[in-house]
Design a protein around this ligand. Structure first.
Ligand code: TXA
Ligand code: MG
Length: 343
């Protein structure tokens, strides 16, 4: 039985009770909605993989609501001095917030949570209801995004209800996610810090604090090997995809694209839509959407999954999406568009 409840002391208490009993609960975070289970309960973790249809080789993020929890799930003594310094600086500056750190795991974290890796992904979300829920439960909630594996991430409770519905014990409805893109995943365990997934914390902001970080070049290797030994399986090339075929365009190729009946255009800004419209007048049967009328990266990021869900209608067969400027949150927007491509 599935219930959707607004955030209140009572619904959070109920959700925490479900987690203690091995249930799975969808809850809002500032990035996207998560599908939570008690991080220390292997049976509950197994249910998360089953409900998402997620391969067991793709590890989960463990969410905490207090810095002290980090030491109970991670053995930081296994990090070298430079990594320890980086971790302290990053946690102090970006937590709570949309940054996930890969650190050495302690034995008490079940192998199922980490897909057998000796490392664990840890995130301290900024969302108030998420933190209240985690604190009211065991203090460690494993949660992937609350979508079927490979599909668009949810930024609203309604998205979760549509995609996973009755398979979830409870959905906490906290309204639309403010960031709208998953957290940035940063590996601190293998020499120089490396971004495994661009996300809600821009690379530039991380580098301003700890110096140069390695780019997510592992993506190509990961795509070539979908079964074993992945650095971060979430780097799989096809991901975050709607049912319609999505084509990612740079601005020039988008302007040349006339579209066809059943096509939708997702523009980065209002100026690009206007320029396209002046070249392709009277687009009957074509749907137009804009990520941010004023071309603001923050707003565009928050609207990305929102609009892709809205455009994922049976009558729309192809989505022509304009890439964002490749800076700040634009890198994460473009990462999601490229991974949604060609499905
Ligand atoms: O914003 C977010 O991070 C959201 C919300 C719910 O917090 N969660 C999320 O989880 O996006 P998920 O499972 O969809 O993505 C987790 C990513 C995957 O790419 C996974 O491969 C990577 O983190 N990951 C998890 N544990 C890892 C580890 N030990 N080493 C490397 N990558 C890891
Ligand atoms: Mg996901």
């Amino acid at each position: 039985m599935m219930a959707v409840l607004p955030i209140s002391d009572e619904s959070i208490r109920q959700a925490a009770q479900l987690l203690f009993r091995g249930g799975i609960v969808a809850f809002p975070t500032e990035t996207v909605y998560g599908l939570g289970a008690d991080a220390f309960n292997p049976a509950a973790l197994a249910r998360v993989f089953a409900v998402k249809n997620r391969p067991r080789f793709d590890p989960l993020i463990v969410h905490i609501a207090a810095l002290e929890m980090l030491e109970t799930i991670a053995d930081l003594s296994l990090l070298d001095t430079a990594a320890q310094k980086n971790l302290a600086a990053l946690a102090a500056h970006f937590w709570p917030g949309p940054l996930t750190l890969i650190v050495p795991k302690r034995d008490r974290v079940p192998d199922l949570a980490t897909s057998g890796l000796p490392t664990v992904a840890v995130r301290f979300p900024a969302h108030d209801a998420a933190r209240r829920l985690i604190a009211a439960a065991t203090g460690a909630v494993a949660a992937p995004s609350a979508n079927p594996f490979g599909y668009l991430s949810p930024t609203r409770a309604e998205h979760v209800a549509e995609m996973l519905g009755a398979q979830v014990d409870l959905i906490l409805d906290g309204g639309p996610s403010s960031v709208g893109l998953e957290s940035t995943v940063l590996d601190l365990c293998h020499g120089n810090p490396r971004i495994l997934r661009p996300g809600g914390t821009p690379k530039e902001a991380i580098e301003a604090l700890i110096g140069p970080v390695l780019p997510d070049t592992a993506a190509d290797t990961a795509a070539a090997d979908t079964n074993a030994g992945l650095v971060s399986p979430g780097l799989l090339q096809s991901h975050y995809a709607p049912h319609a075929c999505l084509v990612a365009h740079n601005t020039e190729s988008l302007y040349r694209e006339p579209g066809e009946t059943g096509a939708a255009f997702l523009f980065f800004d209002g100026a690009s839509r206007d320029a396209w419209l002046s070249a392709h007048a009277n687009p009957a049967g074509i749907t137009l959407a804009v990520l941010s009328e004023t071309g603001t990266l923050l707003e565009a990021a928050a609207q990305l999954f929102e609009l892709l869900h809205a455009l994922d209608r049976p009558d729309i067969t192809r989505i022509h999406a304009q890439l964002a400027p490749e800076e700040g949150l634009g890198a994460a927007i473009n990462d999601r568009l490229r991974k949604a491509e060609g499905k």
